[in-house]
Ligand binder design. Structure first.
Ligand SMILES: [Zn+2]
Length: 79
């Protein structure tokens, strides 16, 4: 996947909720097509959940968990 490198950085912005709606759509479209970024997103997301145990850090809730569910379902359908 040729645009993976730039997407990796965008991915962390996505997790942090720093992307515009348009940016989100672009990265979501890429993630759906890219297994590598799907794995990255799930890893990032897991790390975010870990951070929740620290009271001073408030992870963004702007990342749509439905999107993660959709990815997981899509992945399990492929198997
Ligand atoms: Zn990718």
């Amino acid at each position: 996947m040729e645009r993976c490198k730039s997407s990796a950085r965008r991915l962390s912005f996505y997790i942090d909720g720093q992307l515009s709606d348009r940016g989100k759509r672009i990265i979501e479209k890429h993630i759906l097509a890219c297994k590598h970024c799907q794995d990255q997103l799930i890893l990032f997301r897991a790390a975010r959940f870990a951070l929740r145990s620290f009271p001073n850090i408030k992870p963004s809730d702007s990342l749509d968990m439905n999107f993660i569910d959709k990815l997981n379902k899509q992945n399990s359908l492929k198997k």
